[in-house]
Design a protein around this ligand. Structure first.
Ligand code: TYD
Length: 204
């Protein structure tokens, strides 16, 4: 099973990914996007650095280059081996940041995802909902996307809401405000609700 956490910059995803993986046990594969392979981490460094000028389409393709390497060499084999995979961001980030906030188009993102990953989507995506202004206050990595400012983060937040409305069976939004423990309980509730009343362990 493949779970992704999503949210604007500073939404607390990374903390929640760590807490979720801890709760799910040691065989859980924890990844972050972009990243997770040597090539993808190298691409991440370029993408994060606001000092490196980058064309928007080049940026989009770099995210998918990193994702293709991670999915094909790490995620697919892990899922085939029956492992739980938890990712800090996945293709919904690309739809929100590049497709909508950069204006490159959501169809383009979906088509590139088909090419790069065979159309892989998480089974469950948990969207951590926080006010983009609060997130931007908290975010402190100084990366290319934080540097775009509040208007950009607001476009990203709106795009996430559109995805959640469009795919309610896959995407669950939870309130990202509160202590890490409070938000973690909401994430676990979302997971339990997704898994339903049947005991987990079989099925997809
Ligand atoms: P991340 O490490 O999650 O940053 P943070 O922990 O600060 O939220 O992600 C790095 C940045 O890359 C983040 O600003 C979002 C952006 N991003 C995209 O623009 N498109 C994508 O497809 C992905 C995966 C991330």
């Amino acid at each position: 099973m493949f779970i992704a956490l999503e949210g604007v910059d500073g939404s607390g995803k990374s903390t929640q990914v760590a807490m979720l993986c801890e709760a799910l046990g040691p065989d859980t594969l924890r990844i972050r996007e972009p990243g997770g392979t040597d090539a993808a981490e190298a691409i991440r460094d370029t993408l994060a650095d606001p000092g490196i000028p980058l064309d928007a389409t080049a940026e989009l393709l770099l995210f998918f280059a990193a994702r293709a390497d991670l999915v094909n060499r790490v995620i697919h084999p892990a899922l085939e081996a029956g492992r739980l995979v938890v990712s800090d961001r996945f293709v919904d980030s690309t739809e929100a940041y590049q497709g909508v906030a950069r204006g490159l188009g959501i169809e383009v993102v979906a088509e590139l995802n088909r090419i790069a990953t065979g159309g892989l989507l998480p089974d469950l995506t948990v969207l951590l909902r926080v006010d983009p202004a609060v997130g931007l206050e908290r975010a402190k990595s100084g990366d290319r996307f934080e540097a775009e400012g509040l208007g950009f983060q607001q476009l990203v937040a709106g795009a996430y809401e559109d995805i959640a409305r469009r795919e309610p069976d896959r995407v669950v939004a939870v309130d990202g405000n509160g202590t890490p423990e409070e938000v973690h309980l909401r994430v676990m509730d979302a997971l339990r609700e997704f898994l339903g009343p049947e005991p987990a362990g079989t099925g997809s």
